[in-house]
Write a protein that binds this ligand. Structure first.
Ligand SMILES: [Zn+2]
Ligand SMILES: [Zn+2]
Length: 277
């Protein structure tokens, strides 16, 4: 049995290309220890990737059904990638407390800008993210990443998720260091302040971009080192949007983690469990 899993993946209910049963069958084939389905939560604004609010009951029902069908072969968990959006009540919008989820992960995709009096997205095409920096923040990198990490900190405080998805997702479109300098003191201060707020949450080591041919594994090596020094646990997940990404580049993630000094990762199987790598 493969001791790792993923609890971060997307089906057709949000922006994934496969159905939950296809991921589950692939996970059984790969011998993964367990699997969690975590489609993007419905959000109270126009979104090209979020689940539709009216689909939510069907989503939960379908996963309950799949647990009955496949449950003897693999542990299946009903989850959600819960978006945190400054100024909007995502939890209230979906009656979160009434949902019978096994877990949820917390993430930030939307960044509020006073200048455009609205939201741009941190996880988007290169052009769109650069447009957000320029039009939403007058090209001011410090203001841009400060707002992002401010939002991450609010998410950590309000959601206290078991897993913080793609902690530094801004790196996805910053390979050529066009958006900001990750070595700068200002950036490091924001990272530090955000890591300091983490209590029990694991930081996700996310291979999702790599499966889409973007050569970024987040968090950055620098942030991973800070996690070790601060005793923050990490958990490898694929954030996959199609079945071939289910456990994509896990060897690479393990290699990097070992190089950084990690001997363990955490794997969710009902609760977060420590697993040796
Ligand atoms: Zn995400
Ligand atoms: Zn995701």
């Amino acid at each position: 049995m493969n001791k790792l899993n993923t609890i971060h993946l997307h089906t057709r209910y949000s922006d994934g290309l496969n159905d939950a049963y296809e991921y589950i069958e692939e996970a059984i084939k790969q011998g993964l220890s367990s699997i969690g389905i975590s489609d993007h939560s419905p959000v109270p604004l126009k979104s090209s990737w979020a689940m539709k609010k009216e689909d939510l009951p069907r989503y939960i029902e379908e996963l309950n059904y799949l647990k009955k069908i496949y449950g003897k072969n693999i542990n299946i968990y009903t989850g959600m990638e819960l978006d945190y959006i400054q100024g909007l009540d995502v939890k209230g919008y979906i009656d979160f407390d009434e949902l019978d989820l096994d877990y949820y992960i917390g993430s930030v995709h939307y960044i509020y800008s006073e200048l455009i009096d609205g939201y741009g997205t941190a996880d988007n095409t290169q052009d769109m993210v650069e447009k957000l920096l320029n039009e939403g923040f007058n090209g001011d990198s410090l203001a841009f990443y400060t707002r992002y990490y401010q939002t991450v900190r609010e998410m950590i405080k309000e959601y206290n998720p078991i897993l913080i998805a793609h902690f530094d997702v801004l790196e996805k479109r910053n390979i050529k260091k066009i958006l900001f300098d990750p070595e700068s003191e200002g950036y490091k201060v924001q990272v530090e302040m955000s890591l300091d707020l983490i209590k029990e949450s694991c930081v996700e080591v996310n291979t999702g971009a790599m499966a889409k041919d973007i050569d970024v594994l987040y968090p950055s090596e620098y942030i991973l080192k800070r996690c070790i020094e601060k005793n923050i646990s990490v958990s490898i997940n694929s954030d996959c949007h199609f079945i071939s990404g289910l456990s994509f580049a896990y060897e690479k993630a393990i290699h990097l983690l070992k190089k950084t000094g990690f001997n363990y990762v955490h794997v969710f199987d009902g609760v977060m469990k420590k697993v040796k790598i």
